[in-house]
Design a protein around this ligand. Structure first.
Ligand SMILES: [Zn+2]
Length: 315
């Protein structure tokens, strides 16, 4: 019975992605184990409701701690001191999905069959934690926040050496077309829908990252935007206007690429030639995925975007 209720909640949660209801609270009624972890100057409260969980609680807490350190390292600080991270179990399978509530807390639903390897390669928690690293915006700009998390969940994992650059570019080649405008679309600010919101937003961040790196000779990147946000305390508890967020992004990148791409893709349908983008970056599709061409004009930009920090420090 319990598992039937859990599955019903799960189906409802997936059907209502982004609607803001706290489905995890419905599942997280088992006794909670509470831990406190330190990440730089910030403290995270970690709550684990381990019903049916086979992986030890210590491993779950270490997973949260590691993910928080990865984000803090990228942003220059952990965005929210005192953030509550709630890990809820009680369903079958592996890591299911997560939610983020305006910087108040982050929740992740973890199935009972989750393994240590699942946690090590997971992107869900990194996605949700990344939401803390940018101010909240009016709902019509949700794509910018979901796009950032969708972009960073891959960038952070490749940076940590959890996935290979080829796997990330293959995913983006496969998934980014879902973010392109279709007939009747008016721009990211107006369109909505999962594809436009998540992948249209991720494509906006990728294009900004490429533009900024190309225009500044690699001195600046999209990373500077979240570093600036963290330095200013511009986390997801703040509600900002889009103009203020774009001004910060332009400032941090020393370019107008964020505003330019906003005008092109959010206020208008803004066609993007993805084939031309992949060609310039040296991402070549093959039947099995992609190969990476270092002779392409922007190959250095591509390498910088998906550089592994571990490979760099090993050199
Ligand atoms: Zn999200």
């Amino acid at each position: 019975m319990r598992s039937r209720i859990a599955l019903a909640v799960l189906v409802a949660a997936i059907a209502c992605a982004g609607c803001g209801l706290d489905f995890l609270a419905l599942l997280g009624t088992a006794p909670r184990h509470e831990r406190r972890v330190r990440v730089g100057d910030a403290t995270l409260e970690v709550e684990v409701s381990p019903r049916n969980l086979t992986v030890p609680i210590d491993d779950v807490v270490a997973w949260v701690e590691d993910a928080a350190h990865v984000l803090a390292d990228y942003c220059g600080c952990f965005p929210i001191d005192g953030l509550l991270v709630r890990v809820v179990s009680g369903v079958p399978g592996g890591v299911w999905f997560g939610q983020h509530w305006h910087g108040d807390r982050v929740g992740v639903l973890v199935g009972g069959a989750t393994t240590r390897e699942d946690l090590a390669s997971d992107h869900v928690l990194l996605h949700e934690l990344s939401h803390t690293a940018f101010p909240s915006l009016h709902r019509r700009h949700l794509w910018m926040r979901e796009g950032l998390s969708t972009y960073l969940e891959s960038v952070l994992r490749v940076r940590e050496g959890v996935v290979e650059p080829e796997a990330v570019w293959a995913l983006w080649v496969r998934a980014m077309p879902r973010g392109l405008p279709r007939a009747g679309h008016r721009g990211l600010d107006f369109d909505g829908g999962i594809g436009r919101t998540y992948w249209g937003g991720a494509l906006w961040w990728l294009l900004v990252d490429v533009d900024v790196r190309a225009q500044t000779g690699g001195r600046r990147s999209a990373r500077d935007v979240v570093r600036e946000a963290c330095a200013r305390g511009a986390d997801s508890r703040q509600l900002w206007t889009i103009e203020r967020a774009l001004a910060m992004a332009d400032d941090a990148t020393e370019t107008t690429a964020p505003t330019d791409r906003y005008q092109q893709l959010a206020r208008r349908p803004g066609a993007v030639n993805l084939d031309a983008l992949w060609a310039r970056l040296g991402v070549v599709s093959t039947p099995d995925g992609v190969t990476l061409d270092d002779d392409a004009p922007l190959a250095h930009v591509r390498r910088a975007i998906t550089a592994s920090q571990r490979a760099q420090s090993a050199r």
